[in-house]
Design a protein around this ligand. Structure first.
Ligand SMILES: [Zn+2]
Length: 250
């Protein structure tokens, strides 16, 4: 069936056939763009976030280690002060005049020495904690270096894929532009508008009396209209351009 349009006779069935071919390419392009512009960047973002999380673990361990070192320094200062106090009291012993004062000083020295022992124990405990924290920190740092290497490799892989997608798109664009040139401009404009608003799927084959895209029932009358090729027929629900596969083999 030929229809007269803008003074030019065209075969709508032929146009539909070309559109189906174009749709196949356009859907590939749409999916590739999605992959390159949405999925892959999201993948990199997720990888980056995961790596940053692991980095935070190391930062926490680093802080723990630094806190312990400060604690050690303070404990050592406390110990030194106690040791100094022992020395001072021992020096005072020789200046005391009565036996009572002397005995009292000895008791005081013994008490400070007991403190010194406790402080020494504390310092040793902190040293022990530092050793453990340091080992943990070094192991985590080692792990993070491996993780970073892995992350960089994966990121490079994703970037390579994104570049390859770019090449594939250029290639498909070339093909689609050649094909599009042969299609009636009014029909093509309608089709392209749908393509933009319907996630890369402007057309739907009628399958078992329903729209292949939204699965809404298509009446027998509508199917007849499609087969008459007098005008474009759209799905009443999703407004995609309908065709019948048996008429237009892919
Ligand atoms: Zn539909």
């Amino acid at each position: 069936m030929y229809v007269k349009k803008l003074g030019i006779f065209m075969n709508l069935k032929d146009e539909m056939h070309k559109l189906v071919q174009l749709q196949k390419i356009d859907l590939q392009i749409y999916r590739l763009i999605q992959e390159r512009d949405v999925e892959k960047p999201a993948q990199i973002e997720k990888m980056e976030a995961g790596f940053q999380e692991k980095k935070k673990v190391l930062e926490t361990l680093d802080k723990e280690l630094k806190d312990l070192q400060v604690k050690r320094k303070n404990k050592e200062l406390d110990l030194a002060a106690k040791e100094e106090a022992v020395k001072k009291s021992q020096a005072q012993l020789y200046q005391l005049k009565t036996n009572k004062e002397y005995q009292a000083k000895l008791t005081e020295i013994a008490s400070i020495k007991a403190d010194v022992s406790l402080f020494e124990e504390d310092v040793l405990k902190v040293f022990d904690s530092i050793e453990k924290a340091d080992a943990k920190f070094k192991a985590e740092k080692e792990r993070l270096i491996c993780e970073e290497k892995k992350f960089k490799e994966e990121e490079a892989q994703v970037n390579l894929r994104m570049q390859a997608i770019g090449d594939e798109i250029s290639n498909l664009d070339g093909k689609r532009n050649i094909l599009a040139k042969g299609i009636d401009q009014t029909i093509l404009t309608k089709y392209e508008k749908l393509l933009k608003t319907r996630f890369g799927v402007a057309m739907a084959a009628v399958d078992n009396d329903s729209c292949g895209a939204c699965h809404m029932h298509v009446t027998a009358q509508k199917i007849n209209e499609i087969k008459m090729y007098k005008e474009l027929v759209f799905c009443e629900s999703c407004v995609r351009l309908l065709y019948v596969s048996e008429d237009i083999p892919e």
